[in-house]
Design a protein around this ligand. Structure first.
Ligand code: OKS
Ligand code: ZN
Length: 347
């Protein structure tokens, strides 16, 4: 397995996120990825590669060009407001909800941050664009590597910040560019006629779902904590089948908080059956290990050894596959759990 790792992921290093009226330390830290890299090196799993420069044109075919421009320039605009802002991160404070206009682009910086985001838990920092763009490059390169016909059948984009909450023109849930969606689009453009995205992070991949909701060429399947009680709350319910050409090409499998591996596996099998019926040419796996029993912000009960079985089960699909790295915040165990999925996958 080829593993494209993001050498500049550490440039995205948020100071604080908003939680219950307080600013608290970010869960999504650089250490998460370092634990994964350490575990892979220690166990000799995969071949590590750095990505090439990001394909900005492909990024602009998945995300709206005005959102990409915003991300690229946000830090400079923030500093232009006040040089002292260099010591602070950007967090949104105002959003256009129901009844507000969505067809305008205010020039006010705070308004623009709100226009392009959906929560106050995802600080945009000095290095966010650079880190996210290099992560996007990992996803695109991984997709192209498994598309070449003579290369590896499996590759991973080992990166942070994660991506599955980011939509065409918004960030949130610690995500800025949607790596799984970029991989799916890159697979399509490299010749796969149908691509399935399987999201097994604890949280619903709302960004990925929304990006492909009206497309029939990309099936999106997500197994996740029931959004009635779990983030992102406003999408990810069972009655979201897709729309237009995409009708029937989205499947949400929400599970109650507290679900253990047996219950989770039943949902996974339903998702895999749907993927089998779709007959994809390639697969993207949005891999979060926040389904782990020790995760500090999630409520499923998977154990470290279970991830070996998850990997082995996914490998049985026999498809060219790209893994992207999503959530997982039990920092020290993130490495073991991701390495277990990949080891189980390799067989
Ligand atoms: C709000 C909690 C925000 C949860 C973000 C979830 C990030 C994640 N304080 N997505 O997969 O892991
Ligand atoms: Zn998650």
């Amino acid at each position: 397995m080829l593993i494209f790792h993001n050498p500049v992921h550490g440039k995205h290093d948020g100071r604080q996120e908003m939680f219950r009226g307080r600013l608290v330390p970010c869960h999504e830290t650089p250490a998460r990825l370092e634990y994964v890299l350490d575990a892979l090196r220690e166990r000799g799993i995969g071949t590590l590669r750095a990505p090439a420069a990001p394909d900005l044109d492909l990024i602009r075919r998945v995300h709206s060009p005005r959102y990409v421009d915003f991300l690229q320039r946000a830090w400079a605009d923030w500093i232009a407001l006040d040089p002292a802002n260099a010591e602070l991160d950007i967090l949104p404070s105002v959003w256009p909800v129901r009844g507000f206009r969505h067809d305008i682009s205010p020039s006010n910086f705070a308004a623009r941050v709100g226009l392009f985001s959906f929560d106050s838990g995802s600080p945009l920092t000095a290095g966010t664009w650079e880190a996210a763009a290099a992560g996007a490059a990992c996803a695109i390169d991984a997709a192209r590597a498994v598309s070449s016909g003579h290369g590896p059948r499996t590759a991973m984009a080992l990166t942070r910040p994660p991506g599955h909450h980011a939509g065409a023109d918004f960030f949130g849930g610690y995500c800025f560019l949607n790596n799984a969606a970029l991989a799916a689009q890159a697979l399509r453009e490299a010749g796969a006629e149908r691509v399935a995205v399987l999201d097994i992070d604890y949280h619903h991949g709302n960004g990925t779902q929304s990006l492909f909701y009206e497309r029939g060429d990309v099936l999106t399947v997500s197994v996740h904590g029931d959004p009635t009680t779990e983030y992102p709350f406003f999408l990810g319910y069972a009655d979201e089948p897709g729309q237009g050409a995409g009708l029937g090409a989205n499947l949400n499998l929400p599970l109650a908080a507290g679900t253990d591996f047996a219950g989770w596996t039943e949902a996974l099998e339903q998702g895999l059956a749907a993927i089998g019926r779709f007959k994809p040419d390639a697969l993207v796996i949005a891999l979060g290990v926040d389904t782990y029993e020790g995760d500090p912000i999630s409520k499923f009960k998977l154990r470290s050894a279970d991830y070996l079985r998850v990997g082995a089960r996914l490998a049985r699909l026999g498809l060219p596959a790209v893994f992207t790295m999503e959530g997982g915040y039990a920092v020290a165990e993130v490495g073991v759990n991701v390495a277990n999925v990949l080891e189980g996958y390799a067989g």
